[in-house]
Design a protein around this ligand. Structure first.
Ligand code: NDP
Length: 450
């Protein structure tokens, strides 16, 4: 029997890699992990966590404006970007340390450096060579910027968390999660914000009503959205940038941010030389058990480019470690994964969109409601909440829930549990609401859309 240095060598200490490493080590496996940048990966350092802190910062302008309706007078409120970034950095460093501490507590050997796979069982990292029975790639993704003239002038979400100062004007290219979240953040912080989306709508894959509602809400808030908009070239023009569009127009702006998707971070680890199969986009191809075409090499999370969400990578890490090192093997169920977009208003969804439901089932009912949340009666804020429920008539089961409005992610998380439990519309209807909340609308929905 070959004696390896480790049972499992994990490359990448982001959400999925760290969960797999800790769980495997806690089951008694000898585990090592290598990280070239910061512990916690995208989520902790350049994604979910710092983004959400910026989202909170951006909401105060509206909250201050709303306060007057509730009797408050606020004078001289001002905002300081460097203070926000310094405070955010402190929180990120705290989380990095938590990740490292958990690895230490699990007795995972940590290497700081870029790992190179020399063969199917050997990794070179930080001047050492280690052998492992299994190697797991959990190296995440990286912002993708298409090849356009002037590409060197653009920033991506990676750069937005450490800008020295906020621009007066920004052009955000893209219309997905990152584009709309940053558009809301920057608009909330007072930046003159324009979104350039190549298609006809924002947020591909979301329910059409939600997509339309968001575009209208963002426009009302003063965000300019250019649909069917293709960038041809970007030129530096003093301290500003001149962005030429395919329709002949030009946008002058102080910063151009690209949010045009992310590419799996699979290059430069030696995978191609070993013959690990990658798809056209560079994603590592794995089977249902996260195994690549080389049996000792596994991959999970964003580097496999399937469901690119932090909680999914964590669930995958857990499932893999359980399957390999414990008696309990609980595969990840990819159905009904709830998701949220932290734009303004917030969006959250679980289950099928109306279009997907119509495609899949012959008979569905759609319930929809739009209302002014109670807070906005005094705040003077012109923003409603919209909720939509999709029911499969044969079984009466709720198969899709969509919401745009304050606290949508907090509300949909709970609803997702009910949906996974197979709740019917009758169960929703027989649930007593909590009054007065927005969430209670989901248990009192009667307005069927023809
Ligand atoms: P998305 O895939 O969500 O959106 C990419 C956007 O860029 C789309 O609007 C797409 O247009 C457009 N686009 C793609 N290629 C080009 C191109 N060559 N030229 C112009 N436009 C282009 O990617 P994001 O970068 O926004 O986010 C990456 C992923 O990160 C998300 O898919 C999500 O999985 C994850 N994420 C999750 C968050 C959350 O859970 N809240 C937050 C942030 C990110 P079109 O619609 O026409 O395809």
């Amino acid at each position: 029997m070959t004696d390896y240095d480790y049972d499992l060598f994990v490359v990448g200490a982001g959400s999925g890699g760290v969960r797999a490493a800790n769980m495997a080590a806690n089951q008694g496996a000898r585990v090592a992990i290598a990280e070239v940048r910061h512990f916690g990966g995208t989520c902790v350092n350049l994604g979910c966590v710092p983004k959400k802190l910026l989202v909170y910062a951006s909401q105060f302008k509206d909250d201050f404006a709303a306060a007057a309706g509730f009797g408050w007078t606020l004078d001289n409120a001002s905002f300081d970007w460097p203070s926000l970034i310094a405070n955010k950095d402190r929180e990120v460093e705290r989380l990095q340390a938590v990740y490292q501490k958990h690895l230490q507590q699990s007795r995972v050997t940590v290497f700081n450096g870029k790992a190179q796979l020399l063969d199917a069982h050997t990794v070179a990292v930080a001047g050492e060579q280690c052998t492992a029975k299994r190697i797991l790639l959990a190296t995440g993704g990286w912002p993708f910027v298409p090849d356009i003239a002037g590409k060197q002038h653009v920033v991506t979400s990676n750069d937005m968390f450490s800008l020295d100062k906020l621009p007066e004007r920004i052009l955000i290219v893209g219309g997905g999660y990152i584009a709309v979240e940053f558009a809301s953040i920057l608009n909330g912080l007072g930046v003159d914000t324009t979104v350039c989306q190549r298609g006809e709508k924002l947020l591909e894959g979301f329910d059409e009503d939600i997509r339309d509602y968001l575009a209208a809400a963002m426009s009302r808030q003063g965000i300019k959205i250019l649909f069917n908009c293709d960038v041809l070239a970007i030129e530096a023009n003093g301290t500003a940038f001149s962005v030429s569009l395919a329709d002949g127009n030009t946008v002058i702006t102080d910063l151009v941010m690209y949010a045009t998707g992310r590419t799996p971070n699979s290059r430069g680890f030696g995978l191609e030389q070993l013959g690990v199969a990658l798809d056209d986009n560079g994603a590592i191809i794995v089977d249902a058990h996260y195994q690549t075409n080389l049996p000792s090499i596994y991959a999970l999370g964003d580097v496999t480019d399937r469901v690119n969400l932090t909680p999914v990578a964590i669930a995958e890490g857990e499932a893999l470690a359980q399957r390999l090192y414990s008696e309990r093997a609980q595969p990840v169920d990819y159905d009904n994964i709830p998701t949220a977009v932290f734009c303004q208003p917030n969006i959250a969804s679980v289950g099928l969109t109306e279009a997907e439901a119509r495609e899949k089932y012959p008979d569905i009912d759609i319930f929809k409601t739009e209302f002014k949340p109670i807070k906005n009666t005094l705040s003077g804020r012109d923003e409603n909440t919209m909720m939509k429920m999709i029911v499969e008539c044969g079984s009466n089961r709720v198969i899709g829930l969509h919401m745009i409005g304050a606290d949508a992610p907090e509300i949909i998380q709970g609803m997702a549990v009910a949906m996974r439990a197979g709740a019917t519309k009758a169960i929703f209807d027989s649930t007593i609401g909590i009054h007065p909340t927005s969430a209670e609308e989901f248990v009192t929905m009667t307005r069927k859309i023809p």
